[in-house]
Design a protein around this ligand. Sequence first.
Ligand code: NAD
Length: 339
Amino acid sequence: EETQPIPADADRERYGVLVDLIQKYRAAYYNDDAPLASDAEFDVLYTELETLEALHPELITNDSPTQTVGGEASVAFAAVDHLARMYSLEDVFSLEELEAWLRKAEASVQKQHGLAPKWLTELKIDGLAVNLLYRDGVLVRAATRGDGFTGEDITHNVATIKDIPQRLHGTGFPAEVEIRGEVFIASKDFAELNEKMVAAGKAPFANPRNSAAGSLRQKDPAETAKRPLSMYVHGIGAREGLETTSQSETYAQLMEWGMPTSPYFKVLDTLEEVLEFIAHYGEHRHDLIHEIDGIVVKVDDFATQRALGNTSRVPRWAVAYKYPPEEVHTKLLDIRVNV
Ligand code: NAD
């Protein structure tokens, strides 16, 4: 049954409300590490904004949340420009949407290269992205993602994370490479950390993601050193002298150099295999080392990644499938979050 079209004024007004709310939630999440809403609640607002923009493209501005990567560098840290931009990921929330996305990408790759892409399928770690710059095998700088152009200099804090080598192991290092990954707190470590907080009469952390972000963004690295932070690599930015030609080959190389790579990724040939991977981890998501909020599917081959390119916010060669939320924490506002 057709409903009355909503007057443009009402849409415009709703649009303004959504942008303000999303920006407020982003600031709390990225800058304060203290979310004001659950991820599911945030995603509902974000999807509504996308729908409104699809309906009224004239509303879209360059600084709309759909055109930008969330999070701006806090003044508490020195600002660092990334050599290559850091992107977010396009989200899909149903298997039908994922299937449509993969088929479209596959058709576009087939057309350009005459070959179907291989899908590097991995877990979407619920942590925060870091960018590690290695020159001749030596870690010279570490930064948060920030708005994707400029992040926060967290070199001294990252130096306290045992998983991250200050010097790569072995030989044959590229002159310059940005290694990106997710810093997180493992589920077991998170439980122990919260037990300690409670034993010390302090409020427990709300969730591993925000405690990881808060721990990494401490002004005093000695505080960061007390937190059980881990990391897995999931990407590469600027590279000079890196010879690998695919994401999976790069992971193998990085593992040899002593970088922490995830044990969970697979290179898959078909959509059916990707769906199986998703079903498997949907069932086993609580048997993993860390929390996940979905699965990331990437075109494995670098030349194909380059050919597909990026939008202003996300790569066109990767997609994040988000599992349905298990419960909506509407009480989150009541929890005092420690950072
Ligand atoms: P995103 O978290 O959906 O996806 C991009 C990020 O995923 C990357 O930057 C990277 O850090 C991470 N990632 C984890 N595993 C990865 C892997 N294997 N490969 C590549 N990247 C991987 O996007 P976003 O722009 O950072 O944030 C949007 C999401 O953050 C929202 O959908 C919501 O879930 C959450 N958020 C929540 C609130 C809130 O108020 N609760 C506010 C803002 C954002």
